[in-house]
Design a protein around this ligand. Structure first.
Ligand code: SF4
Ligand code: SF4
Length: 179
């Protein structure tokens, strides 16, 4: 099977430096608005800063994969005297919470690392974070071509399971008209 080069993009999070300014949420929602920068609504952001002011906790989390079922894990972690629920670190868009769901349609949001043409030097949330909480890195890995196609099919399949083929087809058609 053919091997292809895949660019792996990573954003490292140094949560201790975060002051909860929410600039990352605002710019992410504005960058993904249609047309770009026409509006901003942190509820549409693909990064959310989970906040507990009493515990001085600010935890930026990126939207990941959609999952149709919630997990059973509810472990608690204590790090530097601060308590974290297992869900705090989880990137999944799952039925147990409203995080990372488009407020109007309920469709899942996912961080796409600000893919755009021409490509950005770094994702928008990294660019605006003045406290250097977010650090962007890139590397290349070789993967089987088949793995890439399977990943796309799995993501599409889970969306169709949740929202039905008709709604997903309508959404794709709408997006194609806008681009
Ligand atoms: S922009 Fe940086 S400091 Fe502000 S909330 Fe986001 S991660 Fe935290
Ligand atoms: S990398 Fe881009 S899409 Fe992902 S959270 Fe940051 S601004 Fe949003």
């Amino acid at each position: 099977m053919a091997k292809i080069k895949k660019k792996i993009k990573t954003i490292k999070v140094d949560a201790d430096k975060c002051n909860g300014c929410r600039g990352c949420e605002i710019v992410c929602s504005a960058f993904h608005a249609s047309p770009k920068y026409s509006s901003n609504n942190p509820a549409r952001s693909r990064i959310q800063v989970l906040t507990n002011r009493l515990q001085d906790k600010w935890l930026p989390v990126f939207a990941g994969e959609y999952t149709p079922a919630e997990c059973m894990g509810r472990d608690v972690y204590v790090i530097d005297g601060k308590e974290y629920d297992e869900c705090d670190f989880c990137r999944a868009v799952c039925p147990s919470r409203d995080l990372f769901k488009e407020p109007d349609s309920g469709l899942p949001l996912k961080c796409d690392m600000c893919e755009s043409e021409p490509p950005l030097e770094k994702p928008k949330c990294v660019e605006v974070c003045l406290n250097e909480v977010l650090k962007y890195e890139e590397r290349e890995e070789e993967v089987e071509e088949e793995e890439e196609i399977e990943a796309v099919e799995a993501a599409l399949g889970s969306l169709i399971d949740k929202h039905g083929l008709e709604k997903i087809a309508d959404t794709i058609a709408r997006m194609s008209l806008k681009s």
